[in-house]
Design a binder for this molecule. Structure first.
Ligand SMILES: [Ca+2]
Ligand SMILES: [Ca+2]
Ligand SMILES: [Ca+2]
Ligand SMILES: [Ca+2]
Length: 239
């Protein structure tokens, strides 16, 4: 439980409104909800530098029928095998399974966390919970099902880096009536891009004029310093 849940919860409440307003379909989303660097949290895409710590929150946005159960939802990251992200602080202590409003987990409330490396993607799974035998809607919509914390290791701007889906296969989402509505959900991806390099100030005309004045002063001072020296040298050479 080392995630910065308090700050992320505040952001979640703000995000929840935005996601609900933007979504007209049932989705499962991976949203960047906090960063120690200069990137802007609040969407599925963020810019980051190596060493930044990132929080990702997985949300379900339910349809009108609500959600009574979900099972085997998983996150895969570094899906193009380039080790951009490391589980932080370490595999096994980087993720939390959250299910506000749900009465029980479908399996022991634990997660398997596997870090990525060069040539291998990483994963966190399974996120799952149920309200049976007393179905009822979660208190928020969208609602969080989990959080994962990463440290950025080898950032690159290369498209999708993380995807949510089912792992192991056979996962499902049931609505409050117990109907399997899995096929009506869209699972969205997340991306981390390289932060742009620091901006180098560009001299305008004013700056160039000031630079020219400064150089003029330096030339003048050099002349004053070296003229007598040269004169003395010439006088000495004539002797
Ligand atoms: Ca890694
Ligand atoms: Ca679980
Ligand atoms: Ca990337
Ligand atoms: Ca990548």
């Amino acid at each position: 439980m080392r995630l910065r849940i308090t700050s992320s919860l505040a952001l979640y409440l703000a995000l929840g409104i935005g996601i609900a307003a933007a979504a007209d379909a049932q989705t499962v989303d991976a949203i960047w909800t906090a960063i120690t660097g200069s990137g802007t949290p609040g969407s599925s895409t963020i810019t980051a530098a190596n060493g930044d710590v990132l929080d990702m929150t997985i949300f379900i946005t339910a349809g009108p029928g609500g959600v009574r159960e979900y099972s085997n939802i998983a996150l895969s990251f570094d899906v193009n095998l380039d080790d951009e992200l490391d589980l932080f602080p370490s595999p096994g202590t980087s993720a939390n399974e959250l299910s506000p409003g749900f009465s029980n987990s479908l399996d022991p409330p634990s997660l398997t966390e596997t870090d990525s490396s060069l040539g291998m993607s990483g994963s966190v799974s399974p996120f799952d919970a149920s309200n049976a035998p007393n179905p009822g809607e979660a208190p928020f919509n969208p609602f969080m099902i989990g959080m994962i914390q990463f440290k950025v290791a080898n950032v690159s701007t290369d498209g999708i880096d993380a995807i949510v889906g089912f792992n192991p296969p056979g996962g499902f989402i049931f609505d409050n009536a117990g109907v399997d509505v899995t096929a009506t959900y869209t699972f969205n991806a997340a991306t981390v891009d390289a932060a742009p390099p620091p901006i180098v100030p560009v001299l305008g005309f004013g700056g160039l004029a000031a630079l020219a004045r400064g150089l003029g002063v330096m030339v003048l001072m050099a002349r004053r310093h070296f003229r007598p020296t040269i004169s003395r040298w010439l006088a000495h050479a004539r002797i």
